[in-house]
Design a protein around this ligand. Structure first.
Ligand SMILES: Cc1cc2nc3c(=O)[nH]c(=O)nc-3n(C[C@H](O)[C@H](O)[C@H](O)COP(=O)(O)OP(=O)(O)OC[C@H]3O[C@@H](n4cnc5c(N)ncnc54)[C@H](O)[C@@H]3O)c2cc1C
Length: 385
C-alpha cells in the first residue's frame, strides 16, 4: 500500500466521501480513513431531502450555497451512478411545504418572497391542486401549501456510498476501522497522520468527522476549540406497496418522504446535545400522530424501522469550511446540520478547490463559514451551543 498521498481525509460520511471523490476526480492520490465502518454516522440517518428552498425562509450565505449545490445535483447523480454502479434513488418531483396553523402562513409568504427575490420558483397550491396531486392528504389539516418544484430527494445512505465507491473506482484508497492516534507535524505544516496501522504522509489533511471530536491529543495539536455539537434526530419508516404520497411533504413539526424503494420516511425530532442513539417510543408516537394528521392512511402500515442520528452543527448553524490558521494544510469541513446531503456536491467541489489550490468557479464569500469565527467566544467562555 502506498504511504504517501496528496491528501488524507478523516471521516467516511457523505462529506468525507464528496471531498474524496472531487479530489480523486482531479487526479490527486487520496486516502480516506474511517474509524468504524463507512456511512454509519449522520449520513446513514438522513431522510435525503434536497431541500434548498424548503429549508430556508430567508436569503443568506447558506441558502445561496444550497441553491448552488442543488443546481449541480443532477450531474453528480449521473457521474456517481456511472462510476459506482449504485442506484441512488434520485427523485426530482419537488417538495411541498405546508402550513398547518394560521400563524405559519406569514412564514410561508416570507419564504416565498425570499426565494422569488433570487429568481427561484415556487407555486402556491389551491385545495383542488393539492387534492389532485396528493389524494391521500387530509386537506382539513392544511391551511396553506407551497410547492418547491426544484427541490428533490435521494436515498441518503446509497448516495453517501456512491461517493465512496465512485472514488474507489477512480483509484482512491479507503481504509475502515482505523484509529487516528495523532497528527504528524513539522512546525506548523501538516505532514500526515499516525494511525493504528502505521503512518500515512500527506501535506494536506481534511477533517470530516461529523459530530465526533478528535481525541484530546489531536485537539491540542490543532490549537482549535471544537465548536461542533450534535442535534439528535429520531425517525422511522413504513413500507407501502401502494404509493400513498407522491411528493415529500414538510410541515413545521414533521415530514414524510416517499422513497423510490417503496418506503416512506417520517421524521424527525430535534434534540440538541444528545449523543445517544436511543429511539424513544414517545418520540415515534408523536411523529406518527403528526404524520397521521397529514396523511391518515399511513396508520394502516406497520413501522418497518426506527433510528436515531446526530446532525453535526455549530452555534450559528453554519458549517465550518476551510484551512486552519494554526497548521498549514490542515482543513475542516463540518457542521452541515440538517443539510449535509443537500450540501454534499458543493462541499466536495469547494473543499477540493481549496485543498488543490485551484480556482473555485464561484464568487462566493467564504467568510461566514470561517472555522475560526467562534475563537473570541471561546476565549471569553461564551460559546454556547
Ligand atoms: C434524522 C436526520 C435526518 C436528516 N435529514 C436530512 C435531509 O433530509 N437532507 C439533508 O441534506 N441532510 C439531512 N440530515 C443531515 C445530514 O445527515 C448530515 O448533515 C450529514 O450526513 C453530515 O455528514 P458528515 O459526513 O459530516 O457526518 P457523518 O455522516 O456523521 O460522517 C462522519 C464520519 O466520520 C467518522 N469519524 C469521526 N471521527 C473520526 C476519527 N477520529 N477518525 C476517523 N473517522 C472518524 C465517523 O465514524 C463517521 O463515519 C439529516 C440528519 C438526521 C440525523
Amino acid at each position: 500500500m502506498k504511504k504517501t498521498y496528496d491528501a488524507i481525509i478523516i471521516g467516511g460520511g457523505v462529506i468525507g466521501g464528496s471531498i474524496l471523490y472531487e479530489l480523486t476526480k482531479r487526479g490527486l492520490r487520496v486516502l480516506l480513513l474511517e474509524q468504524g465502518r463507512l456511512v454509519r454516522g449522520a449520513s446513514s440517518a438522513a431522510a435525503g431531502m434536497i431541500a434548498a428552498q424548503t429549508e430556508f425562509d430567508a436569503d443568506g450565505p447558506l441558502f445561496r450555497l444550497a441553491l448552488q449545490s442543488r443546481s449541480i445535483f443532477q450531474e453528480k447523480v449521473e457521474e456517481l451512478q456511472q462510476f459506482s454502479k449504485l442506484n441512488v434513488g434520485y427523485v426530482k418531483s419537488g417538495i411541498i411545504k405546508v402550513a398547518t396553523q394560521a400563524e405559519e402562513i406569514t412564514r410561508l409568504h416570507r419564504m416565498n418572497q425570499a426565494h422569488q427575490s433570487v429568481g427561484e420558483r415556487s407555486s402556491w397550491l389551491s385545495t383542488v391542486q393539492l387534492r389532485s396531486m396528493e389524494p391521500n392528504v387530509n386537506i382539513n389539516a392544511i391551511v396553506s401549501a407551497l410547492l418547491h418544484e426544484r427541490d428533490a430527494q435521494i436515498i441518503a445512505p446509497n448516495w453517501s456510498h456512491a461517493y465512496l465507491e465512485a472514488s474507489r473506482a477512480l483509484g482512491a484508497t479507503i481504509l475502515e476501522n482505523i484509529d487516528i492516534i495523532q497528527l504528524s507535524l513539522n512546525k506548523n505544516q501538516i505532514r500526515g497522520v499516525e494511525t493504528s496501522v502505521g503512518i500515512f504522509s500527506s501535506e494536506n489533511v481534511i477533517l470530516a468527522t461529523g459530530v465526533n471530536k478528535p481525541n484530546d491529543r489531536i485537539c491540542k495539536q490543532l490549537q482549535f476549540d471544537w465548536p461542533v455539537f450534535p442535534v439528535k434526530g429520531e425517525a422511522f419508516s413504513v413500507r407501502s406497496a401502494d404509493s400513498i404520497i407522491n411528493h415529500s411533504i414538510v410541515a413545521s413539526n414533521v415530514y414524510l418522504v416517499p422513497k423510490s424503494d417503496g418506503r416512506i420516511i417520517v421524521g424527525a425530532t430535534m434534540q440538541p446535545n444528545q449523543y445517544d442513539f436511543e429511539v424513544d417510543t414517545q418520540s415515534i408516537n408523536t411523529l406518527l400522530q403528526r404524520a397521521v394528521q397529514l396523511v391518515p392512511s399511513i396508520q394502516a402500515y406497520e413501522i418497518e424501522s426506527t433510528w436515531a442520528g446526530h446532525r453535526p452543527t455549530t452555534p450559528d448553524h453554519l458549517p465550518l469550511l476551510g484551512e486552519l490558521k494554526s497548521i498549514n494544510g490542515m482543513f475542516i469541513a463540518n457542521g452541515f446540520f440538517r443539510n449535509g446531503i443537500l450540501m454534499s456536491p458543493i462541499a466536495g467541489e469547494l473543499m477540493a478547490a481549496l485543498v488543490s489550490k485551484t480556482a473555485w468557479n464561484s464568487n462566493f464569500d467564504l467568510k461566514p463559514f470561517d472555522p475560526h469565527r467562534f475563537t473570541n467566544q471561546v476565549a471569553k467562555g461564551t460559546l454556547i451551543p
